[in-house]
Design a binder for this molecule. Structure first.
Ligand code: APR
Length: 389
Protein backbone atom coordinates (compact mmCIF):
# COMPACT_ATOMS: atom_id res chain seq x y z
CA UNK A 1 0.00 0.00 0.00
CA UNK A 2 1.06 3.58 -0.51
CA UNK A 3 -0.11 6.90 0.95
CA UNK A 4 1.15 10.30 2.06
CA UNK A 5 0.74 9.91 5.84
CA UNK A 6 0.63 6.42 7.38
CA UNK A 7 -1.14 6.57 10.72
CA UNK A 8 -0.83 3.90 13.43
CA UNK A 9 -3.80 3.85 15.83
CA UNK A 10 -7.50 4.61 15.44
CA UNK A 11 -7.92 6.38 18.77
CA UNK A 12 -8.89 10.05 18.99
CA UNK A 13 -5.36 11.12 17.88
CA UNK A 14 -5.06 9.04 14.72
CA UNK A 15 -8.64 9.56 13.55
CA UNK A 16 -8.54 13.34 14.09
CA UNK A 17 -5.20 13.60 12.28
CA UNK A 18 -6.57 11.75 9.25
CA UNK A 19 -9.65 14.00 9.09
CA UNK A 20 -7.65 17.24 9.44
CA UNK A 21 -5.33 16.13 6.63
CA UNK A 22 -8.19 14.99 4.39
CA UNK A 23 -9.75 18.45 4.64
CA UNK A 24 -6.66 19.81 2.87
CA UNK A 25 -6.57 16.99 0.31
CA UNK A 26 -3.75 15.03 2.00
CA UNK A 27 -4.13 11.26 1.85
CA UNK A 28 -3.65 8.91 4.76
CA UNK A 29 -4.31 5.31 5.79
CA UNK A 30 -4.99 4.33 9.41
CA UNK A 31 -4.07 0.93 10.80
CA UNK A 32 -5.56 -0.23 14.09
CA UNK A 33 -4.81 -3.52 15.80
CA UNK A 34 -8.19 -3.82 17.54
CA UNK A 35 -11.58 -4.41 15.94
CA UNK A 36 -13.94 -1.56 15.13
CA UNK A 37 -16.37 -2.83 17.72
CA UNK A 38 -13.64 -2.86 20.38
CA UNK A 39 -12.44 0.70 19.84
CA UNK A 40 -16.00 2.02 19.55
CA UNK A 41 -16.90 0.58 22.94
CA UNK A 42 -13.71 1.08 24.92
CA UNK A 43 -14.57 3.13 28.02
CA UNK A 44 -12.13 5.99 28.51
CA UNK A 45 -12.38 9.73 29.16
CA UNK A 46 -15.49 11.85 28.82
CA UNK A 47 -14.75 15.55 29.13
CA UNK A 48 -14.04 17.73 26.10
CA UNK A 49 -12.34 21.08 26.46
CA UNK A 50 -13.51 24.09 24.55
CA UNK A 51 -10.53 23.76 22.15
CA UNK A 52 -11.33 20.12 21.45
CA UNK A 53 -14.95 20.89 20.61
CA UNK A 54 -13.78 23.66 18.26
CA UNK A 55 -11.52 21.22 16.41
CA UNK A 56 -14.42 18.77 16.01
CA UNK A 57 -16.66 21.64 14.86
CA UNK A 58 -14.11 22.60 12.19
CA UNK A 59 -14.10 19.00 10.95
CA UNK A 60 -17.89 18.80 10.80
CA UNK A 61 -17.99 15.84 13.21
CA UNK A 62 -19.76 17.48 16.15
CA UNK A 63 -23.45 17.26 15.28
CA UNK A 64 -24.21 14.43 17.72
CA UNK A 65 -21.82 15.89 20.28
CA UNK A 66 -23.84 19.12 20.39
CA UNK A 67 -27.12 17.22 20.49
CA UNK A 68 -26.21 14.67 23.18
CA UNK A 69 -23.25 16.29 24.98
CA UNK A 70 -23.86 18.17 28.22
CA UNK A 71 -22.31 21.62 28.49
CA UNK A 72 -20.91 22.38 31.95
CA UNK A 73 -20.15 25.91 33.07
CA UNK A 74 -18.35 25.01 36.28
CA UNK A 75 -17.42 22.31 38.77
CA UNK A 76 -17.18 21.86 42.55
CA UNK A 77 -14.11 21.21 44.66
CA UNK A 78 -14.97 19.97 48.15
CA UNK A 79 -12.77 19.61 51.22
CA UNK A 80 -14.09 17.56 54.11
CA UNK A 81 -17.65 18.56 53.29
CA UNK A 82 -17.00 22.25 52.53
CA UNK A 83 -17.77 23.02 48.90
CA UNK A 84 -16.27 25.63 46.57
CA UNK A 85 -17.80 26.26 43.15
CA UNK A 86 -15.41 27.03 40.28
CA UNK A 87 -17.25 29.17 37.75
CA UNK A 88 -15.71 28.57 34.29
CA UNK A 89 -18.11 30.92 32.57
CA UNK A 90 -17.35 33.88 34.83
CA UNK A 91 -13.58 33.41 34.83
CA UNK A 92 -12.92 32.28 31.26
CA UNK A 93 -16.10 32.66 29.14
CA UNK A 94 -15.42 29.05 28.14
CA UNK A 95 -17.10 25.75 28.99
CA UNK A 96 -16.47 22.01 28.85
CA UNK A 97 -18.68 19.36 27.26
CA UNK A 98 -19.43 15.99 28.77
CA UNK A 99 -19.44 13.46 25.93
CA UNK A 100 -17.92 9.99 26.22
CA UNK A 101 -14.72 9.28 24.32
CA UNK A 102 -16.17 6.14 22.75
CA UNK A 103 -18.91 8.32 21.23
CA UNK A 104 -16.23 10.68 19.88
CA UNK A 105 -14.46 7.68 18.37
CA UNK A 106 -17.70 6.44 16.74
CA UNK A 107 -18.32 9.87 15.19
CA UNK A 108 -14.73 10.14 13.93
CA UNK A 109 -14.74 6.63 12.39
CA UNK A 110 -18.06 7.29 10.68
CA UNK A 111 -16.69 10.51 9.24
CA UNK A 112 -13.53 8.75 7.98
CA UNK A 113 -15.80 6.21 6.29
CA UNK A 114 -17.89 8.94 4.64
CA UNK A 115 -14.79 10.76 3.42
CA UNK A 116 -13.14 7.65 2.02
CA UNK A 117 -10.25 7.51 4.50
CA UNK A 118 -9.20 3.86 4.80
CA UNK A 119 -9.21 2.58 8.40
CA UNK A 120 -7.82 -0.96 8.50
CA UNK A 121 -8.98 -2.75 11.66
CA UNK A 122 -7.33 -5.79 13.20
CA UNK A 123 -4.13 -4.68 11.50
CA UNK A 124 -1.19 -4.86 13.88
CA UNK A 125 1.79 -2.58 13.16
CA UNK A 126 4.95 -4.56 13.88
CA UNK A 127 7.76 -2.30 12.67
CA UNK A 128 8.38 1.19 11.34
CA UNK A 129 11.29 1.09 8.91
CA UNK A 130 13.39 3.91 7.49
CA UNK A 131 12.14 6.85 9.57
CA UNK A 132 15.32 8.70 8.64
CA UNK A 133 14.57 8.36 4.91
CA UNK A 134 11.93 10.20 2.86
CA UNK A 135 9.94 6.98 2.37
CA UNK A 136 9.38 5.24 5.71
CA UNK A 137 7.52 1.93 5.66
CA UNK A 138 5.03 0.64 8.23
CA UNK A 139 4.99 -3.15 8.39
CA UNK A 140 1.85 -4.77 9.73
CA UNK A 141 -0.02 -8.05 9.87
CA UNK A 142 -3.67 -8.48 9.05
CA UNK A 143 -5.50 -11.84 8.95
CA UNK A 144 -2.17 -13.57 9.36
CA UNK A 145 -0.79 -11.86 6.24
CA UNK A 146 2.27 -9.61 6.27
CA UNK A 147 1.61 -6.24 4.60
CA UNK A 148 3.20 -2.81 4.45
CA UNK A 149 2.45 0.85 3.78
CA UNK A 150 4.99 3.09 2.12
CA UNK A 151 4.47 6.76 3.04
CA UNK A 152 6.09 10.21 3.37
CA UNK A 153 5.42 10.51 7.11
CA UNK A 154 4.33 8.24 9.96
CA UNK A 155 1.82 9.42 12.56
CA UNK A 156 2.61 7.50 15.75
CA UNK A 157 -0.85 7.67 17.31
CA UNK A 158 -0.74 4.20 18.83
CA UNK A 159 -1.18 5.02 22.50
CA UNK A 160 0.94 4.22 25.54
CA UNK A 161 1.65 0.58 24.59
CA UNK A 162 2.26 1.19 20.88
CA UNK A 163 5.42 0.75 18.81
CA UNK A 164 5.99 4.40 17.83
CA UNK A 165 7.69 5.44 21.06
CA UNK A 166 9.79 2.25 21.01
CA UNK A 167 10.98 3.18 17.51
CA UNK A 168 12.57 6.44 18.72
CA UNK A 169 16.27 5.96 19.43
CA UNK A 170 16.68 5.60 23.19
CA UNK A 171 19.15 8.50 23.37
CA UNK A 172 16.79 10.91 21.57
CA UNK A 173 14.59 11.58 24.60
CA UNK A 174 14.42 11.78 28.33
CA UNK A 175 11.59 10.11 30.24
CA UNK A 176 9.74 11.69 33.16
CA UNK A 177 7.34 9.71 35.31
CA UNK A 178 5.56 9.62 38.64
CA UNK A 179 3.59 6.66 39.95
CA UNK A 180 1.11 8.02 42.47
CA UNK A 181 0.67 6.02 45.66
CA UNK A 182 -3.05 5.50 45.04
CA UNK A 183 -5.44 4.27 42.32
CA UNK A 184 -8.99 4.99 41.17
CA UNK A 185 -11.83 2.55 41.50
CA UNK A 186 -14.15 3.74 38.71
CA UNK A 187 -17.75 2.71 38.15
CA UNK A 188 -20.38 3.32 35.50
CA UNK A 189 -23.97 2.99 36.69
CA UNK A 190 -27.39 3.21 35.09
CA UNK A 191 -28.39 6.02 37.44
CA UNK A 192 -29.47 9.60 36.85
CA UNK A 193 -26.84 11.85 38.49
CA UNK A 194 -28.14 13.81 41.49
CA UNK A 195 -25.55 16.56 40.82
CA UNK A 196 -25.52 19.02 37.94
CA UNK A 197 -21.75 19.52 37.68
CA UNK A 198 -18.68 17.43 38.50
CA UNK A 199 -17.69 17.22 42.18
CA UNK A 200 -14.05 16.66 43.17
CA UNK A 201 -14.02 15.79 46.84
CA UNK A 202 -11.19 15.46 49.31
CA UNK A 203 -12.31 13.47 52.32
CA UNK A 204 -10.31 12.17 55.25
CA UNK A 205 -11.05 8.63 54.05
CA UNK A 206 -9.89 9.42 50.50
CA UNK A 207 -10.80 11.24 47.30
CA UNK A 208 -14.07 10.80 45.40
CA UNK A 209 -15.20 12.20 42.07
CA UNK A 210 -18.78 12.47 40.88
CA UNK A 211 -18.90 12.63 37.11
CA UNK A 212 -21.36 11.49 34.48
CA UNK A 213 -21.62 10.26 30.93
CA UNK A 214 -25.22 11.23 30.17
CA UNK A 215 -28.42 12.25 31.99
CA UNK A 216 -28.98 8.56 32.79
CA UNK A 217 -25.42 7.24 33.29
CA UNK A 218 -23.31 8.21 36.31
CA UNK A 219 -19.51 7.87 36.30
CA UNK A 220 -18.05 7.86 39.80
CA UNK A 221 -14.62 7.23 41.27
CA UNK A 222 -13.07 6.43 44.65
CA UNK A 223 -9.45 6.67 45.73
CA UNK A 224 -8.22 3.19 46.68
CA UNK A 225 -4.83 1.67 47.53
CA UNK A 226 -2.62 0.56 44.67
CA UNK A 227 -2.86 -3.07 45.72
CA UNK A 228 -6.66 -3.05 46.16
CA UNK A 229 -8.90 -5.26 43.97
CA UNK A 230 -12.47 -4.81 42.68
CA UNK A 231 -13.43 -8.03 44.49
CA UNK A 232 -13.00 -6.14 47.77
CA UNK A 233 -15.70 -3.67 46.74
CA UNK A 234 -19.34 -4.77 46.80
CA UNK A 235 -21.78 -2.42 45.09
CA UNK A 236 -23.20 -1.42 48.46
CA UNK A 237 -19.78 -0.60 49.89
CA UNK A 238 -19.01 1.54 46.83
CA UNK A 239 -22.24 3.54 47.12
CA UNK A 240 -21.82 3.97 50.89
CA UNK A 241 -18.27 5.30 50.48
CA UNK A 242 -19.23 7.58 47.59
CA UNK A 243 -22.06 9.15 49.57
CA UNK A 244 -19.85 9.58 52.61
CA UNK A 245 -16.95 11.16 50.74
CA UNK A 246 -19.09 13.32 48.44
CA UNK A 247 -21.50 14.28 51.21
CA UNK A 248 -24.59 13.88 49.00
CA UNK A 249 -27.27 11.28 48.39
CA UNK A 250 -26.86 9.38 45.11
CA UNK A 251 -29.22 7.42 42.90
CA UNK A 252 -28.01 3.87 43.38
CA UNK A 253 -28.57 2.40 39.95
CA UNK A 254 -27.16 -0.80 38.49
CA UNK A 255 -23.33 -0.75 38.33
CA UNK A 256 -22.34 -2.13 34.91
CA UNK A 257 -18.60 -1.39 34.92
CA UNK A 258 -16.13 -1.55 37.77
CA UNK A 259 -12.37 -1.26 37.39
CA UNK A 260 -9.24 -0.06 39.16
CA UNK A 261 -6.80 2.22 37.32
CA UNK A 262 -3.37 3.18 38.60
CA UNK A 263 -2.62 6.90 38.61
CA UNK A 264 0.54 8.01 36.90
CA UNK A 265 2.16 10.76 34.91
CA UNK A 266 4.53 9.85 32.11
CA UNK A 267 6.09 11.84 29.30
CA UNK A 268 9.06 11.91 26.99
CA UNK A 269 10.59 15.20 25.95
CA UNK A 270 10.99 14.34 22.26
CA UNK A 271 8.01 13.52 20.04
CA UNK A 272 9.70 13.08 16.67
CA UNK A 273 12.56 11.44 14.84
CA UNK A 274 13.14 11.80 11.11
CA UNK A 275 9.74 11.31 9.55
CA UNK A 276 8.06 9.73 12.57
CA UNK A 277 5.86 11.98 14.73
CA UNK A 278 4.23 10.92 18.00
CA UNK A 279 0.98 12.38 19.34
CA UNK A 280 -1.31 11.73 22.29
CA UNK A 281 -0.88 8.81 24.67
CA UNK A 282 2.10 7.43 22.73
CA UNK A 283 4.14 10.36 24.09
CA UNK A 284 2.49 11.18 27.42
CA UNK A 285 -0.14 10.13 29.92
CA UNK A 286 -1.55 12.04 32.86
CA UNK A 287 -3.69 11.02 35.82
CA UNK A 288 -7.37 11.54 34.93
CA UNK A 289 -7.92 14.11 37.72
CA UNK A 290 -7.57 17.09 35.38
CA UNK A 291 -9.35 15.43 32.41
CA UNK A 292 -6.44 16.34 30.16
CA UNK A 293 -5.47 13.09 28.34
CA UNK A 294 -7.85 13.24 25.39
CA UNK A 295 -7.65 17.03 25.16
CA UNK A 296 -3.86 17.06 25.11
CA UNK A 297 -3.97 14.45 22.33
CA UNK A 298 -6.16 16.71 20.19
CA UNK A 299 -3.87 19.69 20.91
CA UNK A 300 -0.87 17.65 19.68
CA UNK A 301 -2.77 16.68 16.54
CA UNK A 302 -3.71 20.30 15.90
CA UNK A 303 0.03 21.11 15.80
CA UNK A 304 0.97 18.05 13.79
CA UNK A 305 -1.75 18.47 11.17
CA UNK A 306 -0.85 22.15 10.69
CA UNK A 307 2.85 21.28 10.30
CA UNK A 308 2.14 18.56 7.73
CA UNK A 309 -0.29 20.78 5.85
CA UNK A 310 2.23 23.64 5.64
CA UNK A 311 4.87 21.16 4.41
CA UNK A 312 2.61 19.83 1.65
CA UNK A 313 1.42 23.30 0.66
CA UNK A 314 4.73 25.19 0.71
CA UNK A 315 7.56 22.64 1.15
CA UNK A 316 8.56 24.48 4.32
CA UNK A 317 9.71 22.12 7.09
CA UNK A 318 9.99 24.68 9.91
CA UNK A 319 6.73 23.71 11.61
CA UNK A 320 7.64 20.04 11.38
CA UNK A 321 11.04 20.73 12.88
CA UNK A 322 9.44 22.73 15.71
CA UNK A 323 6.66 20.19 16.36
CA UNK A 324 8.02 18.75 19.63
CA UNK A 325 8.90 22.14 21.04
CA UNK A 326 5.46 23.48 20.19
CA UNK A 327 3.70 20.55 21.90
CA UNK A 328 5.86 20.35 25.00
CA UNK A 329 4.90 23.71 26.47
CA UNK A 330 1.31 22.53 26.61
CA UNK A 331 2.23 18.99 27.69
CA UNK A 332 4.04 20.38 30.73
CA UNK A 333 1.02 22.59 31.52
CA UNK A 334 -1.24 19.51 31.36
CA UNK A 335 1.14 17.56 33.57
CA UNK A 336 1.37 20.36 36.09
CA UNK A 337 -2.37 20.92 36.29
CA UNK A 338 -3.16 17.20 36.51
CA UNK A 339 -0.56 16.87 39.23
CA UNK A 340 -1.94 19.91 41.07
CA UNK A 341 -5.51 18.58 41.01
CA UNK A 342 -4.30 15.14 42.06
CA UNK A 343 -2.42 16.42 45.09
CA UNK A 344 -5.11 18.94 46.02
CA UNK A 345 -7.86 16.32 46.14
CA UNK A 346 -6.30 13.02 47.24
CA UNK A 347 -5.54 11.81 50.71
CA UNK A 348 -1.78 11.47 50.95
CA UNK A 349 -1.12 11.40 54.66
CA UNK A 350 -2.93 11.46 57.96
CA UNK A 351 -4.59 14.76 58.84
CA UNK A 352 -2.37 17.04 60.88
CA UNK A 353 0.86 16.33 59.01
CA UNK A 354 2.77 19.11 57.24
CA UNK A 355 1.57 17.94 53.78
CA UNK A 356 -2.07 17.73 54.81
CA UNK A 357 -1.95 21.20 56.36
CA UNK A 358 -0.50 22.66 53.14
CA UNK A 359 -3.22 20.84 51.21
CA UNK A 360 -5.93 22.33 53.40
CA UNK A 361 -4.32 25.75 53.09
CA UNK A 362 -4.52 25.54 49.29
CA UNK A 363 -8.20 24.73 49.57
CA UNK A 364 -8.80 27.61 52.03
CA UNK A 365 -7.02 29.93 49.61
CA UNK A 366 -9.22 28.67 46.76
CA UNK A 367 -12.25 29.66 48.84
CA UNK A 368 -11.03 33.21 49.47
CA UNK A 369 -9.28 34.09 46.23
CA UNK A 370 -11.00 34.82 42.91
CA UNK A 371 -7.53 34.84 41.34
CA UNK A 372 -6.85 31.25 42.44
CA UNK A 373 -10.30 30.20 41.24
CA UNK A 374 -9.53 31.76 37.87
CA UNK A 375 -6.22 29.89 37.69
CA UNK A 376 -8.01 26.60 38.27
CA UNK A 377 -10.80 27.51 35.84
CA UNK A 378 -8.55 28.51 32.94
CA UNK A 379 -6.44 25.37 33.27
CA UNK A 380 -9.51 23.19 33.64
CA UNK A 381 -11.31 24.45 30.52
CA UNK A 382 -7.96 24.40 28.66
CA UNK A 383 -5.71 27.30 27.72
CA UNK A 384 -6.49 28.51 24.18
CA UNK A 385 -4.24 27.07 21.46
CA UNK A 386 -2.94 30.59 20.78
CA UNK A 387 -1.58 30.86 24.34
CA UNK A 388 1.25 28.55 23.30
CA UNK A 389 2.03 30.26 19.95
N1 APR B 1 -0.76 -1.38 15.60
C1 APR B 1 -1.95 -0.79 15.36
N2 APR B 1 -2.67 -0.12 16.29
C2 APR B 1 -2.15 -0.03 17.52
C3 APR B 1 -0.91 -0.62 17.86
C4 APR B 1 -0.21 -1.31 16.83
N3 APR B 1 0.97 -1.90 17.06
N4 APR B 1 -0.66 -0.38 19.17
C5 APR B 1 -1.71 0.33 19.64
N5 APR B 1 -2.62 0.53 18.66
C6 APR B 1 -3.90 1.25 18.77
C7 APR B 1 -4.70 0.96 20.03
O1 APR B 1 -5.48 -0.21 19.89
C8 APR B 1 -5.55 2.20 20.15
O2 APR B 1 -6.80 2.05 19.50
O3 APR B 1 -3.63 2.63 18.85
C9 APR B 1 -4.76 3.28 19.45
C10 APR B 1 -4.31 4.37 20.40
O4 APR B 1 -5.44 5.07 20.89
P1 APR B 1 -5.55 5.70 22.37
O5 APR B 1 -4.92 4.76 23.33
O6 APR B 1 -6.96 6.07 22.56
O7 APR B 1 -4.61 6.99 22.31
P2 APR B 1 -4.88 8.42 21.61
O8 APR B 1 -5.55 8.29 20.30
O9 APR B 1 -3.58 9.13 21.70
O10 APR B 1 -5.99 9.08 22.52
C11 APR B 1 -5.74 9.95 23.59
O11 APR B 1 -5.68 10.05 25.95
O12 APR B 1 -6.00 9.96 28.21
C12 APR B 1 -6.28 9.39 27.04
O13 APR B 1 -8.59 8.70 27.24
C13 APR B 1 -7.65 9.36 26.51
O14 APR B 1 -7.46 7.38 25.15
C14 APR B 1 -7.36 8.79 25.14
C15 APR B 1 -6.00 9.25 24.87
Amino acid sequence: LETQVGIIGAGPSGLTLALMLEKQGIKSIIIENRSRDYVENRVRAGLLEHNTVEVFDSLGVSERLHKEGLVHHGCYINFNGVSQHIDFEKHTKRQVTIYAQQEVVKDLIQSCEERGIPVLFEADATEIEGVETKKPIIHFTQNGEKKSISCDFVGGCDGFHGIARKTLPKDSYKEYKIEYPFSWLGILAHAAPTYDELIYAYHKEGFALASLRSPVVSRLYLQVDNNDAVENWSDEKIWDQLEKRLGIALNRGDIFEKSITPMRSFMIDNMQFGRLFLAGDSAHIVPPTGAKGLNQAIADINNLAKALISFYQTGNEDNLNNYTQKCLARVWRSLDFSNFMTYLCHKQSEEGTFESRLQKSKFDYLRMSEAYQKTVAENYVGMPFEAFE
